[in-house]
Design a protein around this ligand. Structure first.
Ligand code: ADP
Ligand code: F6P
Length: 324
């Protein structure tokens, strides 16, 4: 393998730039020609491909977002779209691809290999930390710390005004980020999509908190909770427990996806980016470079969507016991 391309795909995550840097520098270290592909699979189809050298990735390890840009690409779901992408890769004589993104991006990568023989290695990048085959995804730690800082700030004002706050944390299908930020932020209640939410019980628990002397409370709501968004939950609680007249809702939103990556995410991205390129050099394909017990581990790409990170009910217990 002489030429390798790298792209970022799906939702961006802090630390993706550190991963791109690691991929490009590992490639140049091994004497390979490296190419950056802009806007994920869309750029691959459009031929938005440029050579990248070690100096092109200087000064980006600390930057959020992705300098390669990212995209969601409808055309890539179709065989014709993937055929166009393969034509572009052939034009540039690129034989291997590092795909930095989530399990959707890996499903596309898997098809690109099956249909066109392009060797693909995945690097997990998403703030949701919901990908099977890796303990952590790049961006999760940064997003967690941003959410916790937001909760801390809100707690100050909640305590000052004796208020009930509902804070929405990202996670359309996964409550991991909400759960961890709720535990670290000392939230009274944490609602996640993986467990059914009983709003009546929630209202009762909040009332009991007041009876036990709590003057303010924080409820963390994962974006994808079955009871709805934070505003929906807040309205339902205020109807069931009218004693809460002074409540507020905060949606942290995309603030969680931006900003300087933490040291943890930079190190993770550096290790996984390096491993991904070396896997391609060794002839691997259809694998993801993930982290398992602080060791880099190559796992089949399909694990990413077939063995989604299981929700650990012990975390819920920690949250419940410690918030009473
Ligand atoms: P993520 O990679 O973060 O899970 P998405 O699920 O949005 O994000 O996937 C990113 C892109 O990967 C999609 O826009 C599409 O181009 C491609 N993709 C996702 N799933 C598939 C699939 N089943 N087949 C082909 N391409 C896919
Ligand atoms: O995958 C990360 C994530 O932040 C999800 O938690 C969220 O639902 C989604 O991306 C939102 O992404 P966008 O606003 O880009 O569609």
């Amino acid at each position: 393998m002489k030429r390798i391309g790298v792209l970022t795909s799906g939702g961006d995550a802090p630390g993706m730039n550190a991963a791109v840097r690691a991929v490009v520098r590992t490639g140049t270290y091994h004497g390979l020609e490296m190419f950056g592909i802009e806007h994920g699979y869309q750029g691959l189809i459009d031929g938005a491909i440029r050579p990248m050298g070690a100096r092109d990735v200087g000064g980006i390890i600390n930057r959020g977002g992705t300098l390669l840009r990212t995209a969601r690409c409808q055309a890539f779901y179709q065989p014709e779209g993937r055929a166009k992408a393969a034509e572009q890769l052939a034009l540039y004589k690129i034989e291997g691809l590092v795909v930095i993104g989530g399990d959707g991006s890996y499903q596309g990568a898997e098809k690109l290999y099956e249909e066109h023989g392009i060797h693909c290695i995945g690097v997990p990048g998403t703030i949701d930390n919901d990908i099977g085959g890796t303990d952590f995804t790049i961006g999760y730690d940064t997003a967690l710390n941003i959410a916790v800082e937001a909760i801390d700030r809100i707690r100050d004002t909640a305590q000052s005004h004796d208020r009930l706050f509902f804070i929405e944390v990202m996670g359309r299908h996964s409550g991991y980020l909400a759960m961890m930020s709720g535990i670290a932020g000392g939230a009274e209640e944490i609602l996640v999509p993986e467990t059914p939410t009983d709003v009546q019980r929630l209202a009762r628990d909040l009332e009991q908190g007041v009876a036990k002397g709590k003057t303010s409370s924080i409820v963390v709501v994962a974006e994808g909770d079955d009871a709805g968004h934070a505003m929906d939950v807040a309205k339902k609680v205020s109807e069931l427990a009218p004693q809460f007249t002074d409540w507020r809702v905060v949606v942290i939103g995309h603030i969680q996806r931006g900003g300087t990556p933490t040291a943890f995410d930079r190190i993770l991205a550096s290790r996984l980016g390096l491993a991904a390129v070396e896997a391609l050099v060794e002839g691997e394909t259809g694998k993801m470079a993930g982290i398992s017990g602080n060791n880099v581990a190559l796992r089949p790409l399909s694990e990413a969507w077939e063995c989604r990170t299981q929700f650990n009910p012990n975390f819920l217990r920690v949250a419940r016991v410690l918030s009473r």
